[in-house]
Design a protein around this ligand. Structure first.
Ligand code: ATP
Ligand code: MG
Length: 325
């Protein structure tokens, strides 16, 4: 007997990075045994910001290879592409009718996008959270593993569900957010969330040399200007990473950093080495899977048909509640 249903998704805008893994994918994998899991490549969401849409297909392949290599298992979970189950757009339209405009314009994520792409403030960008609410509620998910940046969208989904159910009677499920111990991984710059679109990320699939190059650019304690200055691990992003990737050395690193017995360059080299070693089995599995892309498309086609069966059931119920013939 499963404990409930999980839904989550990611935009196919590039390969997955360490932030995606620590904030979301590790939960995707961990929840597979106890929950019915539905994981979605949200390609329609990617259209809100992408100008090079010809990359959607290759990005989808790259992302699903990352997911499978990280341990997401199509035998246990439904893995599919959003646009291949079009019922979500129908539910999006219906939910948009119970969505006050003000709820959308006040969302911090919308305001940030407007700042980032002032020349492309399209309607889809405003409606993004409504489409996300449709993604989650179409599959009646009660648990949504995502990073902390998605918390406002989750709260929005809960409000929409309450509003819909109040108007039309209990139909949709109010989901709860599920965070990991690393809900907001900072980027290489140390000030922004690690994001594909900001380019401040390290891809899980990077070869060791590239990984080392990226790690060496990480910002450390800004007050530590000379090798002899004592460091403050509590404000250092590199140290935070050691917490996950260097569990056996982390105490020693903390002590040596505070006493200026190691410099930031050594500290980063150690991190790059540990990170690469930890991801070696991942890179191997990914290379194996990548040799047969047809396998990935077959998994996604099967996922779409399993997802459609759930989506059709929800839509029949929603339409009856709303009064559509
Ligand atoms: P983009 O810049 O294109 O929005 P992204 O790097 O933010 O990409 P998404 O595909 O939007 O990645 O996010 C996929 C999942 O990973 C979401 O659940 C999101 O909350 C989570 N996530 C993304 N970045 C981080 C991060 N830095 N720390 C923790 N979780 C993250
Ligand atoms: Mg994002």
């Amino acid at each position: 007997m499963k404990k409930g249903r999980v839904f989550s998704g990611a935009r196919p805008t590039g390969r997955q990075h360490i932030g995606n893994y620590l904030g979301a994918i590790q939960n995707y994998v961990a929840l597979q045994d106890d929950y019915e899991c539905v994981y979605c490549v949200v390609d329609l969401h990617a259209l809100t910001t992408l100008t090079h849409t010809e990359e959607l297909k290759s990005n989808t392949l790259e992302m699903v290879l990352d997911w499978l290599a990280a341990g997401m298992d199509p035998e246990k979970s439904i893995i599919f592409v959003q646009s291949q189950v079009p019922q979500v757009t129908e539910l999006h339209t219906i939910l948009s009718m119970v969505t006050p405009m003000g709820w959308l314009t006040r969302l911090p994520t919308f305001k940030e996008r407007v700042r980032m792409q002032p020349d492309n403030v399209n309607y889809g960008l405003l409606g993004y959270p409504v489409l996300m609410a449709a993604d989650i509620t179409l599959y009646k998910a009660d648990t949504v593993p995502v990073g902390e940046d998605q918390a406002p969208h989750l709260e929005f989904t809960r409000e929409i569900v309450r509003r819909f159910n109040h108007h039309f009677g209990p139909t949709l499920v109010e989901p709860r957010i599920k965070l990991t111990a690393f809900p907001r991984v900072m980027g290489l710059d140390g000030v922004n969330k690690m994001s594909k679109s900001l380019g401040n990320h390290i891809e899980l699939a990077s070869p060791p040399e590239e990984m080392e190059q990226r790690v060496m650019t990480m910002v450390t304690d800004p007050q530590r200007r000379y090798r002899s200055d004592p460091g403050r691990p509590e404000v250092c992003n590199v140290f935070t990473f050691h917490g996950f990737f260097s569990p056996e050395q982390v105490q020693e690193i903390e002590r040596d950093c505070r006493k200026a017995e190691i410099g930031c360059v050594d500290c980063k080299r150690t991190l790059a080495r540990n990170l690469s070693a930890r991801l070696a089995p991942f890179r191997e599995r990914r290379a194996e899977l990548g040799s047969d892309p047809k396998l990935v498309w077959d998994i996604l086609a099967d996922g779409a048909s399993r997802a459609t069966a759930i989506a059709e059931g929800t839509m029949a119920e929603v339409k009856a509640r709303v009064g559509l013939p």
